[in-house]
Design a binder for this molecule. Structure first.
Ligand code: 1PR
Length: 549
């Protein structure tokens, strides 16, 4: 098998990159010392976390000079995400730290006054077209395809300067900002997006780099859509737990009750809707833009290193090349042998097993309550802070499990209320959204606004916004809740709970500014496929990523 060298300089999630490289027929050799770089023919630099941290790590490890030499020698080099950013002159993220200066631009932070930051999701990477019937394909990039991006800083597109220096650029646009999606010159190629997380289109990009297929001029596609911009992200969610027979199954609750309803209303067997790895693969093949696993009982009494979710992630990441999120039990823990394991250690195990993001539920509420008790001073020790510092904000999702508490009027509570179009049976027209912990079992005197403001300050990168009242109801998303949350946060929001048919996805995308929408039960029960949802959204004029077979 031909070999590619991968520079392992941070404890990031590079398992999926390794899986992607192996999938296209190459074998990975690790670069562990600066000397190893000299032996590399094809070199890939993945990037995780902050720009300054990345450069410092490379510099402290003695890698910067060997990388420069590798590039200057004309041998193939590919940078991914922060691996593209280090080729630039510098970044607003760490203004005092210089980059390699190969690409003559400085990275800027996306403007968060008009859109969510980070920029998360599937977007284009297109070379400006020189004629209507031809397009330039940089390392297999196609104008019809979408690629998975997740970043807060981007390299602005300065056409003239870049062209003058011989760079070919594929651009992407977020809001009104156009930036470098991918860039190539001679032996150097770099992508801001993650090709290893970009489905088949991404695998083709990696393969083109490894096969040295740099720039091609091809006929433009005639019938397919080549519209630019961020697509509507559709996520499939798998709630996983052990059933009464001890098997790990995908389950789904009604308002978080996952037991079959028997004659006595509740208390039957745990619903078994299928096997986690098989179902994740099925949703990937149906075109899911992301797959989320929630370990809903945290598999108590099991040594942390053996949690079955690690194996699920390992196996899933071998066949599923879209982002994987894992939630449940991410908090400081005492292991079965009495040793202390930090939330960061647990997250690291998940990242190394193939996760791209971790989702934190109960621990986020507890940490947020302490944050206010501590007069809004950050402790620096919470799961959110430690994980986002090590892996970047985009790697930390906070899963919120709220339920409505009705009151007669706003003044009856100190919590942030909304006036709802759906009063309760007692006719009360105001409600606040109460945070719960432990899978909805315990309600706190704490509302969603308080929680989200605190976790924003701690460095959360995305909100998974469930709603217990709507969960499993098939009655549509809680549009009022989503609109309220979107009015006060700038970090991306994933709408969750209540999806029962494709029209509910259209409603949530048209009636709110949600950044993504998630479904569970309707997919698990085979009532609709993810493709049904996307086809429907496309028929209504909403931009979605088309799945390639
Ligand atoms: O608190 O950090 O250990 O995390 C536990 C995680 O498990 C939390 O993210 C919490 O939301 C989740 N969880 C705990 N108990 C349950 C349960 O159902 N008994 N599941 C549970 C929550 C919510 C969704 C669901 C959507 C869509 N599931 O992700 O998939 O509501 O469902 P639908 O489309 O069928 O309506 P921690």
């Amino acid at each position: 098998m031909p070999v590619v060298h991968l520079l392992d300089y941070v404890a990031g999630n590079i398992r999926s990159l390794v899986n992607a490289i192996e999938k296209v027929g190459y074998q990975v050799e690790w670069v562990k010392t600066p000397e190893d770089v000299q032996n590399a023919e094809k070199l890939i630099l993945p990037g995780v976390g902050h720009f300054g941290h990345c450069i410092t790590q490379l510099s402290n490890g003695g890698f910067l000079e060997p990388i420069r030499k590798h590039i200057a020698s004309g041998k193939p080099f590919m940078g991914i995400c922060v691996g593209l950013q280090v080729l630039c002159e510098g970044s607003a993220e760490d203004p005092s730290v210089p980059g390699l200066g190969l690409v003559p631009v400085r990275l800027e932070r996306f403007d968060s006054t008009t859109k969510s930051v980070p920029h998360i999701g599937w977007n284009s990477a297109k070379c400006p077209s020189k004629s209507p019937d031809k397009y330039t394909s940089l390392y297999g990039l196609h104008p019809q395809n979408k690629y998975y991006y997740v970043h807060s800083y981007a390299a602005p597109y300065d056409e003239k300067t870049l062209a003058d220096q011989g760079w070919t650029v594929a651009t992407s646009t977020y809001g009104d900002q156009t930036f470098i999606g991918a860039i190539g010159r001679d032996n150097v190629f770099a992508t801001q997006f993650h090709p290893e997380k970009s489905g088949k289109a991404g695998l083709r990009t990696i393969e083109s780099f490894l096969n040295g297929q740099s720039i091609q001029i091809l006929d433009s596609p005639s019938s397919q859509t080549t519209a630019s911009g961020l697509t509507r992200r559709v996520i499939a969610c798998l709630d996983v737990r052990t059933n009464d027979a001890g098997d790990l199954v995908v389950t789904k609750g009604d308002q978080y009750d996952v037991r079959e309803k028997g004659a006595q209303q509740s208390g039957g067997q745990v619903r078994n809707l299928g096997k986690p790895v098989d179902m994740a693969k099925r949703y990937y093949e149906q075109g899911a833009d992301e797959v989320t696993f929630l370990n809903i009982t945290s598999f108590r009494n099991c040594p942390v290193a053996d949690v079955p979710m690690l194996e699920i992630l390992r196996r899933t990441s071998e066949t599923v090349f879209v982002p994987l999120t894992i939630g449940g039990g991410i908090r400081d823990t005492i292991d079965t042998d009495g040793s202390r394991i930090s939330a960061l250690d647990i997250a690291t195990m998940y990242f190394k097993s193939g996760a791209d993001k971790v989702s934190i539920g109960s621990d986020a509420v507890t940490a947020a309550e302490l944050y206010y008790e501590n007069k809004c001073v950050l402790s620096g020790t919470t799961a959110i802070e430690t994980i986002s510092k090590a892996y970047g904000n985009q790697a930390v999702v906070v899963s919120v499990d709220p339920k409505r508490v009705y009151v007669n009027k706003a003044e009856d509570t100190t919590h942030r209320t909304i006036k709802t179009k759906y009063p309760n049976s007692a006719g009360q027209e105001f409600c606040w959204y109460q945070c719960t912990i432990k899978g909805g079992r315990e309600g706190r005197d704490f509302d969603v606004y308080q929680l989200i403001k605190a976790v924003e300050a701690m460095g959360a990168g995305e909100i998974l916004l469930n709603c217990i009242d709507k969960d499993g109801s098939n009655s549509g998303f809680d549009i009022e809740l989503i609109n309220d949350v979107k009015s006060f946060t700038t970090i991306p929001v994933i709408a969750s709970s209540g999806a029962g048919n494709p029209g509910h996805f259209e409603d949530v995308f048209n009636q709110t500014t949600t950044d993504a929408a998630l479904g569970a039960g309707m997919f698990h029960r085979n009532e609709y496929t993810v493709k049904d949802v996307k086809d429907y959204l496309a028929s209504k004029g909403l931009l979605v990523r088309e799945f390639e077979n």
